[in-house]
Design a protein. Structure first.
Length: 569
């Protein structure tokens, strides 16, 4: 996805913190303005010292001596230090707040995106947006962007004072400024593509890391540690190569610009010394000119860093803008709430295909009565899971409508629809927390009695009570401390705690052995009879729970029998 980057787009991330950033900018401006007084005091001090007069007129009728000059200078330096502390703290804390808010904004947008986006994007790349890219934007705004105005004030303020001392020298300094921008443009024209390539490579390397940590048991099982280490190292070496090229150009820009600025100071000193020799400049003016010239080199030298940081931030901003350009799930603001339903479901002439793939559902129509248990079978890739995803509006069909109790689900809010559907996935996803946390995931305010009732309905209560800490037992990352069957019972308990009118069980007995499956099926008969149930299964043993058995084939469904399914196994 490509979108044209605009600097104004970056500024929208600053909006909530304008007041703090403006205050910090004012403090920076004050510090820059005060710094312009130092060369004047240095010249005044030099003139007083050379003239052997204990006092000098600074304004008509106002005289100060050497000691007073030094005391004023000390006060100016103290004021600069105080402003420096204030602006650094304010910029630092504002930057952290901006970073936290930007991460939340990115996270909220990612949460709003359809599941199809994440099936096409590596999780490591998504996490990089929240960490690396967000930090680049925050640092650029608070440490680079806000410092631009004080740099300009320093430059033009110093140039003004040079002009007041000698207009010809000021004109030479002003006319040399475009030359520095040309040099930076020539040296830095490759920084932007390198910055974007660095960010993309960082995301790819981080994706390898995140994927391998998830797959660590498989990596160990297949003894792929060395191979995966080399793959991770290769990504890091590519990133290192890009970073080295970026740093080489960036490191070249700053010294070159600094050298040119310093050379300009020497030219300034040359001209000033000639004027001093000719008697057209006083010693005080010569000292002030030199110090103002040195002051001008600071903003000019920093322009190279600003240019490089701008290109780096531009690469991160492009990625964020691309993500924010991805359309979220349908906006259901203002749509009515789905009232409590009995659970009658109708799929009417459904056509659906994933981007770039063949049409997986081709005019599918299906009616499920309230309280009915329907088993849907079919080969892998036939569209069984797609069917239940459409029911929950994880995706929308290209053609056709889905109704619950004769209400079109596209015309009600997503939250009210999903709240009335319980979903037990084939690949059970659990929190790294306690059993209580996992069962109460969808109903965090549920009391222990309700949690125990849900566990009882899923026939998980017996094994939970045998655990050392019962419901407070930690189950580890993805429930690693539990067996497959125990995980699926927890997933069912989590769904039952919602007390949904519609329950979807996608290969819910896949992790059971035949005996465990038989026991689980017998125990769940009473639980399932209380609601409309859709069973997605390949296993003949689970079919005894169903009132009807449907086979999904060639994009449509037809009724079949358990015996016919068993013959195909």
């Amino acid at each position: 996805m490509n979108s044209e980057w605009r600097f104004s787009t970056l500024l929208q991330y600053v909006a909530p913190y304008r007041a703090a950033l403006i205050l910090a900018g004012i403090m920076l401006l004050a510090e820059s303005a005060i710094s312009l007084i130092n060369p004047l005091l240095a010249g005044l001090f030099t003139d007083t010292l050379i003239s052997n007069h204990p006092e000098q007129f600074i304004l008509p009728g106002i005289q100060i001596g050497i000691h007073q000059i030094l005391l004023i200078w000390l006060f100016i330096l103290a004021l600069q230090a105080a402003l420096g502390f204030g602006e650094q703290y304010l910029i630092g804390i504002t930057g952290e707040r901006m970073l936290a808010q930007l991460r939340v904004r990115i996270y909220d947008h990612l949460q709003s995106l359809p599941l199809g986006f994440f099936s096409d994007t590596k999780r490591g790349e998504v996490l990089t947006l929240i960490t690396y890219d967000a930090e680049i934007i925050s640092n650029f705004v608070t440490h680079t962007l806000i410092g631009l105005l004080p740099r300009f004030v320093t430059f033009f303020g110093a140039l003004l004072f040079i002009y007041l001392i000698d207009p010809m020298i000021a004109a030479l300094v002003g006319f040399s400024l475009p030359f520095f921008f040309i040099v930076m443009k020539l040296l830095g024209r490759r920084i932007r593509p390198l910055s974007r390539a660095m960010i993309d490579e960082y995301a790819g390397t981080f994706a390898i890391l995140e994927e391998n940590l998830q797959m660590l048991p498989v990596i160990k099982s297949f003894t792929r540690e060395v191979r995966e280490s080399k793959r991770f190292m290769a990504g890091n070496l590519r990133l290192l190569g890009l970073t080295a090229r970026y740093l080489r150009i960036h490191a070249m820009m700053s010294p070159v610009v600094h050298f040119l600025a310093a050379a300009g100071i020497l030219v300034l000193l040359w001209l000033s010394s000639d004027l001093f020799t000719a008697g057209e400049l006083t010693a005080a003016q010569l000292v002030s000119l030199l110090l103002y010239g040195m002051l001008i080199t600071r903003p000019i030298s920093s322009l190279a860093d600003v240019y490089g940081q701008l290109q780096h931030a531009r690469g991160a901003a492009e990625r964020l803008i691309d993500i924010f350009a991805v359309e979220p799930e349908p906006d259901d603001a203002g749509k009515p709430v789905l009232p409590p339903v009995k659970g009658a479901i109708e799929f009417r002439d459904i056509h659906f295909q994933y981007p770039g793939r063949y049409e997986i559902l081709r005019g599918l129509s299906l009616t499920i009565a309230a309280g009915e248990t329907v088993a849907i079978t079919g080969v892998n890739g036939a569209g069984k899971s797609t069917l239940v995803h459409l029911l929950q509006r994880f995706a929308d069909p290209q053609q056709g409508d889905i109704f619950i109790d004769d209400i079109n689900i596209s015309e009600v809010s997503l939250a009210s629809l999903r709240n009335q559907i319980g979903y037990v996935q084939q690949n059970v996803i659990l929190l790294n927390g306690t059993i209580r946390d996992n069962i109460a995931f969808g109903e965090p305010e549920a009391d222990l009695a309700a949690i125990e009732a849900a566990a009882g309905g899923a026939h998980a209560l017996a094994f939970i009570q045998e655990l050392p800490q019962g419901f407070d037992t930690l189950i580890g990352d993805q429930g690693i401390k539990l067996s497959g069957g125990q995980k699926q019972r927890l997933a069912l308990a989590r769904a039952l705690l919602k007390d949904p009118a519609i329950l979807i069980m996608d290969e819910a007995t896949a992790m059971f052995d035949p005996e465990g499956e038989k026991s689980f099926i017998q125990a769940c008969h009473a639980t399932l009879r209380q609601r409309t149930v859709i069973l997605i299964t390949h296993r003949p043993g689970s079919l005894v729970l169903a009132d009807r058995i449907l086979k999904l084939e060639n994009g449509v469904v037809r009724e079949t029998s358990a015996q016919a399914i068993a013959q195909l196994q």
